[in-house]
Design a protein around this ligand. Sequence first.
Ligand code: FA5
Length: 358
Amino acid sequence: MLEKAQQLKEQFVEKVNAATASAELEQLRIEFLGKKGPISSLMAELRNVPNEQKKEAGQIINEVKQFIEVTITAKKEELQKIEEQKLIDSAEDYDVTFPIDEDKGSYHPITLIQREVEDIFASMGFAIEDYDEIVDDYHCFEALNIPKHHPARDMQDTYYLSTNQLLKTHTSAAQNAIYIKYKNDLEAGKPIRAIFPGRCFRNEKIDACHENTFFQMEGVMVDKDISISNLIYFMKTMLSEVFQRDITVRLRPGFFPFVEPGFELDIQCAICGGKGCPSCKDSGWLELCPCGMIHPNVLSAAGIDPEEYTGFAFGLGLTRLAMMRYGVKDIRVFNSCSLKSLSQFENKTFVEPEKEVK
Ligand code: FA5
């Protein structure tokens, strides 16, 4: 038994030394430690060993087994490090300036619309900011005047992580961080003007105009004497630039704890022209861009004096805007990964509503 165990160890050492890739080690583990491997056979042979030698023979087999396990783990780590380093080294050779093949691939329609809206706001002096998708309760709700157990949370159920974090339900989750980032500029006399697009997640019943993963673009402006007129001006400019034609919108009161007053800005459904269809849930209208004057508590939470400064905020539904802009009837197309559907938007402009066929 001792001899066999010794031979096995030698065989293993030879093979493990010859291994050059971490994947080979998994094979070795199966070969030596698997159910049909030599260690299992030796264990089975223990049955035939005289009782007084059994204990010692068992110990020897276990030592070899442990040796194999430990050696495989150590060698695996060693090889993985080498493999990672190779990857890093080869990445240096990757030429990021290499010209792309224009005929291959296309931008996702959400990317196209996002860039378009970014250009519009950048031309009006807005900074473009990026923010996390995983956020904490404070930023997503509390800093926005939505304390724990506030009923407004029911509208935005989401996916919670074991780390007490959550997938952000709206781009408003970045407001507090943006105000804090630009607070000093504001005090030095420069208004805060920023947009921040992002992916949002909600535990949502999915239909033609609701997804569980969708894009919004938040926009905020804070300065002395900002009023609803400023808000309406920026909303009108954005919509007329995006659609490049007259579109019908309506503004109605809307409740969001982080604005006061708050509004719902709806767009007449571009798919049916307002007659009612599944894309607008038969209402003829689609909620597109809620907005309002930033609530004093939200400014205070970021250390901005609401007696001195006022501002507006809006939360544009980018995915819905893409639906209306490109005439996409069902929001699910955007997350479908269907290249046939998604690759046709690059040169597409606004789609006229369907005409009734007589
Ligand atoms: C909000 O998310 C607020 N944070 C918006 C806001 C910002 C209000 C600043 C005031 C000031 P709401 O849940 O209504 O609000 O979503 C905003 C927009 O995102 C909607 O009008 C819609 O266009 C889009 N949206 C919301 N839920 C979905 C969904 N499940 N699928 C696709 N688009 C959605």
